[in-house]
Design a protein around this ligand. Structure first.
Ligand SMILES: Nc1ncnc2c1ncn2[C@@H]1O[C@H](COP(=O)(O)OP(=O)(O)OP(=O)(O)O)[C@@H](O)[C@H]1O
Ligand SMILES: [Mg+2]
Length: 253
């Protein structure tokens, strides 16, 4: 018999705690998720949402991030990772089958999409900052990405003019609140620390972005990050989150 144990998630009181609880309520009956046991307000303007600790309860074994690291270290077969990602895709397909509909982006959970693409939002802050640099391979000097606007890259004979503000503006136009997408009720943030392995398939954690989300967004976050970019939670780029969130914290392989 496993010890009952709790995972306490502390959030700023109000909107973020509401989003977490409402997100959990929308997905919990449809996807595997920890039991939500209690929500309490504290005196310091925070709220605590208490969940079943899925590792202490024995429901889950590994976070996806740890499963990848185990495979990188040769301590688990790589096929375990591939099988798990297949199962996550099956979970998205099941969500689409039961709750799928085409709807306006404005009806979807805003935090990672409509909020970030707003003028002055995170996309502007992250990509137009002089701190986002590429390293000049000849001089070793950091070059702010935005200063490359006006240059043309030629890739396999195809000329690609680079204009960062224009790229953002076009994304902003495409992701306007009236634009319509295939959507479903999903967890909304399918990254390596938010998915855990269990005997009966993926268990979802972290419900701040759960609710009606676009399927292209979910698929991009899961598959583009993992398969094309090589992961979001990699120690080289996210060392603090890696150390804080993963359970095994294996060194980079
Ligand atoms: N129910 C749970 N049982 C056990 N561990 C959990 C549970 N929920 C979350 N965790 C662990 O805590 C980590 C952080 O929780 P969560 O993802 O909900 O918060 P977050 O806001 O993304 O946190 P952070 O901003 O610190 O990354 C998860 O990646 C996971 O390792
Ligand atoms: Mg998380």
């Amino acid at each position: 018999m496993n010890q009952p144990a709790y995972f306490h998630k502390v959030l700023p009181a109000g909107a973020r705690a509401d989003a977490e609880e409402l997100g959990w309520l929308q997905v919990a009956g449809r996807l595997q998720a920890p039991a939500l046991l209690e929500r309490t307000r504290r005196d310091d303007h925070t709220e605590v949402i208490t969940y079943e600790d899925v590792f202490a309860s024995g429901r889950c074994h590994h976070l996806l991030g740890d499963l990848i690291a185990l495979a990188d270290h040769g301590r688990a077969p790589a096929s375990n990772v591939a099988d798990f990602i297949d199962a996550v895709c099956d979970s998205l397909i099941a969500s689409a089958a039961t709750t799928g509909r085409t709807t306006a982006l404005g009806n979807c959970v805003p935090a990672l999409y409509t909020d970030r693409i707003r003028p002055g939002g995170r996309v502007d802050q992250w990509y137009l900052t002089p701190n986002l640099t590429l390293t000049d391979t000849q001089t070793g000097e950091p070059i702010p990405l935005r200063t490359l606007t006006g240059y043309t890259a030629t890739l396999n004979g195809t000329r690609l003019p680079f204009d960062l503000p224009d790229i953002i503006e076009r994304a902003r136009h495409a992701l306007n609140p009236d634009s319509r997408f295939a959507t479903a009720i999903t967890q909304g943030d399918p990254t390596e620390p938010n998915l855990a392995t269990s005997a009966v398939g993926p268990c979802w954690l972290d419900f701040e972005h759960a609710g009606r989300n676009t399927l292209p967004g979910e698929i991009a976050n899961l598959l583009w990050y993992l398969l094309a970019l090589g992961g979001w939670l990699v120690p080289a780029y996210q060392s603090d989150v890696y150390a804080r969130t993963l359970r095994l914290r294996l060194p980079p392989a």
